[in-house]
Design a protein around this ligand. Structure first.
Ligand code: FE2
Length: 288
């Protein structure tokens, strides 16, 4: 199960309350979430990252905003399950690959970033091929979060890795695309998984400053928006033996912090026993 870009407090709250519910609904064994916008839209703090792991997330991916919070640099030394795009120069802290072992099943998660209309970092296509040479010896269950702006670059990566990875899920643009499919060689693909956060916004941020920047051409201070919150992402079923994708399904659900139980019930489609739904883990951080 992939949780699309968690944006600001609204996104963190939806993740806190709904991750376990969605895991139950979709029978998910493993959860990856992109957290690069979790801290008010700009990066993630160590405290937030630690908390997001407690919600049932196994590995966190990121992107261009991962460096926005300076204290994340040291956190990389203690937490290998927070990934940054692997194609940053080797001097950057952290890694873009994590190899997990879940009850004897090895799962690799990789995070890469595109270069079209983005930072001019190392080549993601070369980095992918180099990483796969090592990862493929360990497992054929390989999930890639490709954080990129351009649809063309994401589709090109799909062809580059076709049949060599289980899934390629695009992130960064925050708008879920309706192009999910599985190639003949068994790679699941979607151009963008969407966003977990406020949809009454400009890609998760308050409308005023975002619109103002376009109207005036001047920089503005951005704040994460709060209204019309949704959790979004994809569910990918992967054959444990072959590593081939069997299905890919988009999801997007409303979340209202004032109607927590109703949100959970709506997602599950039935009223679960109290004990079976997630214990509430409020995100009480004042950080936007
Ligand atoms: Fe991004």
């Amino acid at each position: 199960m992939f949780i699309a870009d968690i944006c600001g407090k609204a996104g963190r709250q939806a993740t806190a309350h709904l991750t376990e519910v969605l895991k139950e609904k979709f029978n998910a064994d493993y959860v990856v979430a992109n957290v690069e916008n979790a801290a008010g839209g700009f990066g993630v703090t160590p405290e937030m990252s630690r908390k997001i792991f407690t919600y049932g997330v196994n590995v966190q991916t990121s992107g261009n905003h991962i460096w926005d919070r300076v204290d994340i640099l040291e956190y990389f030394e203690e937490e290998p399950k927070l990934l940054r795009p692997d194609n940053y120069p080797k001097s950057a802290p952290g890694s873009g690959v994590y190899l997990d072992d879940v009850s004897g099943t090895k799962i690799a998660v990789m995070n890469l970033m595109g270069r079209t209309y983005m930072h001019n970092i190392d080549c993601p296509f070369k980095a992918a091929a180099k990483n796969l040479a090592g990862i493929s010896k360990e497992t054929n269950i390989i999930f890639l979060d490709f954080h990129a702006e351009a649809t063309s670059e994401k589709q090109a990566m799909m062809h580059h890795l076709d049949g060599r990875v289980s899934a390629i899920v695009g992130t960064h643009t925050h708008v879920q695309t309706a192009d999910e499919y599985i190639t003949e060689n068994g790679t699941a693909y979607i151009t963008d998984a969407g966003m977990t956060g406020s949809y009454d916004s400009v890609i998760g941020m308050e409308v005023g400053p975002s619109l103002g920047r376009f109207l005036t051409g001047m920089p503005k201070r951005f704040t994460a928006a709060k209204d019309d919150v949704k959790i979004a992402g994809v569910i990918v079923a992967i054959d444990k033996t072959t590593g081939k994708a069997k299905s890919i399904q988009r999801y997007r659900y409303d979340f209202d912090i004032n109607k927590i139980d109703e949100s959970k019930f709506a997602i599950l489609g039935y009223k679960p026993k109290r004990s079976s739904i997630a214990h509430l883990q409020e995100d009480d951080s004042n950080d936007n």
